[in-house]
Design a protein around this ligand. Sequence first.
Ligand code: FE
Length: 199
Amino acid sequence: MTESNHRAPLSDVQLRVKALESLLIEKGLVNQQALDAIIDNYENKVGPHIGAKVVARAWTDPDFKATLLEDASAALAEMEYTGIEGSHMVVKENTDKIHNLVVCTLCSCYPWPVLGLPPNWYKSTPFRAKAVRDPRGLLREFGLELSTDTEVRVWDSNAEIRYLVLPKRPAGAEGMSEEELSKIVTRDAMVGTGLIALQ
Ligand code: FE
């Protein structure tokens, strides 16, 4: 007998979400199509490739970068990268002396319009706890060994503010176009758990 045709049983949380969704639709409080459109958007259309475009533009357009660091919500709204779970955005720039790391210690707040839905590790308790207790040790687990004179700054996201890291443009990427640059920017680099390397 094979299990491959069977779906795994729903978890307690999934069952609760389904029950809640059915009830809201039944009572006419939400519209099934609108709900499906939102889920499809964040599962399939929005993702780290959006954030990567923002980073590549900031690397190649100093005026845009200045606006992005000054008022990320406005800069992103201008590119139409805004929406639920990301209307108030703050961008933190990595430098030779500062490395930024984003977490949500309470739950899983994440900048949906520019990164899509959060990965499971971002939502996990060990990640959230260690980001505060021992950020350097946590980064080491992700393969990042930062020099001791690099200051690590941890940004705790919440329902109001969502953070995005502007990674350092890697050495050797000077001649690359904005489009080429956008292809080397990774999700982890924009959360602060990765650095950008040229392949
Ligand atoms: Fe949260």
